[in-house]
Design a protein around this ligand. Structure first.
Ligand code: GDG
Length: 462
């Protein structure tokens, strides 16, 4: 690939997974996950290059074209995968940035690997970006890239977006490498957060820990440039999801799903990556108690929970999987009849059309993270539910709660409170549910992924 790109997205993972067929032929398919769901449509519209890891360790893959843009694979060794990705990204930063709902581990060798890999991503980007190009770096795995890249290529316009929460200063200060990370991010011209609180936490830390002058949301990085920090709440391809949910295939699939579930009167639905931030333990416990107390009847109500496998080699995730298996097994053995479990639990990933079919038939969508940057599932549900009869139960601690104010909001730490709200969502008058759902639909239509990208990139061009 000789041509250099005017627009470059840099993310830990490429948006495609390699599929090797029986005959050995190789194909690349769009991979699931929040970041990809959000950025794929942006990339298809903008063209350019996507720099990221291709998902196999100890292997170099040549750049290739996909869906009208270039894909630039960055190699990682097996050790780097363990230390940079599973270690520093997912066992240090992820829990720390999510309010320490699990205990973050600090290891110096993990940090060293994080620095090495961030440098490699910056170098790959510096190679592919055209003169004066726009580069958009994504997420917590690559927080050092903006500064490293600016040192290599001061001509570039550099944006950074954090998909997860940016923590309160008291928590961030625990990090032994706090100054390096702040300076890393400050290498960007624009740093975006999901909610205003994240930008405020960041600016407060910059004031406390650096000598740069801060003026409202602008940081004058000494002897260099101005870095602006602002909120850009991410969204979904609303129209795309609406269309998908109304397609004959999805309608047919939702009908066979209903059949399989035995046409229950009421369906509660949860869809999450199997992650301890998503509040699965609390949610399943609350639903279990409602069944046990007879407030919900397994004869006519089903709780369908999809948990997509995620980070399966990280200790905390293994523990979570076992806990959930145990909890679901216990509840199902105590309530529900033969062949009719109260909780239908699926530990698997599904095609997007199947997800849309599930959203279509869910009467109560239950989204109860302990902490979440945004949460796209909540918005996808609102887009896919074909009428205004569905209800969304949403945690106050998801970024989405700041926009979807007409959802049934809950504090997932308050089990009794959550049970009350779940029942309220299930039993409110059709009029009240419709009033709320209409407002939610208006919000999700009025603020889409195109708006998000346009707002961010517009400000980045400044
Ligand atoms: C991070 C932040 C932020 C899930 N299972 C399957 C599947 N999914 C799709 C969903 C949704 C996405 O993955 C999950 O997005 P979320 O936003 O709910 O959560 P994270 O993965 O934690 O995403 C989050 C997001 O980044 C974007 O900035 O909102 O706060 O944590 O789109 O539909 N898709 C398919 N099969 C599955 O089994 N096809």
């Amino acid at each position: 690939m000789s041509e250099r790109a005017r627009f470059v997205v840099v993310a830990n993972r490429l948006p495609v997974d390699r599929i090797t067929a029986d005959d050995g032929s190789v194909d690349w398919r769009t991979s699931p996950g929040g970041l990809v769901t959000a950025l794929e449509p942006v990339m298809r519209r903008m063209g350019g290059a996507w720099v990221g890891w291709h998902g196999a360790s100890n292997e170099t893959v040549e750049p290739f074209e996909h869906d009208g843009y270039s894909v630039i694979p960055v190699p990682l060794s097996g050790d780097e995968y363990e230390e940079y990705y599973e270690g520093f990204s997912n066992a240090t930063l992820w829990p720390l940035y999510h309010d320490t709902v699990a205990f973050p581990e600090f290891h110096r060798e993990w940090w060293d690997a994080y620095v090495t890999v961030n440098r490699r991503f910056a170098e790959a980007t510096a190679d592919v970006a055209d003169d004066g190009a726009t580069v958009w770096v994504q997420d917590y795995q690559l927080q050092l890239v903006p500064k490293l890249l600016r040192e290599m290529r001061p001509d570039l316009r550099i944006g950074f977006f954090l998909h997860i929460p940016f923590p309160p200063t008291e928590l961030f200060q625990q990090l032994p490498w706090r100054s390096d990370i702040l300076e890393g991010l400050l290498g960007a011209d624009l740093v975006g957060f999901q909610v205003p609180g994240g930008a405020q936490n960041f600016l407060r830390l910059v004031r406390q820990r650096t000598r740069h002058r801060v003026e409202r949301d602008r940081v004058h990085v000494s002897g260099s440039h101005v870095c602006t920090a602002r909120a850009y709440p991410i969204s979904i391809d609303t129209h795309g999801f609406e269309e998908l949910a109304q397609s004959p295939e999805v309608i047919a699939e939702s009908e066979s799903l209903l059949e399989e579930l035995g046409h229950p009167k009421q369906i509660f639905l949860g869809v999450d990556r199997l992650d301890y931030t998503k509040g699965l333990r609390q949610r399943i416990r609350a639903m279990g108690e409602l069944f046990e107390e007879g407030k919900l009847d397994p004869a006519d109500t089903v709780f369908l929970q999809v948990a997509t496998p995620s980070r399966e080699r990280v200790e905390e995730y293994k523990r979570l999987r076992d806990d959930i298996d145990l909890l679901v097994g216990r509840i199902n053995s105590e309530v529900g009849g033969v062949g009719r479990p109260a909780i239908s639990y699926l530990h698997a990933g599904f095609p997007r059309a199947t997800m849309a079919a599930m959203y279509r038939i869910a009467d109560v969508m239950v989204v109860t993270p302990l902490r979440d940057g945004m949460n796209l599932v909540a918005k996808e549900y609102v887009a896919c539910r074909p009428d205004t009869n569905g209800a969304l139960v949403l945690s106050e601690f998801a970024g989405a709660a700041q926009e979807l104010k007409q959802a049934y909001l809950v504090n997932p730490y308050d089990l009794n409170g959550m049970k009350d709200v779940l029942m309220q969502a299930a039993t409110d008058s059709p009029r009240e549910r419709q009033r709320r759902m209409r407002a939610l639909k208006k919000q999700v239509r009025g603020s889409t992924i195109e708006h998000w990208a346009d707002n961010f990139l517009g400000d980045l061009q400044g």
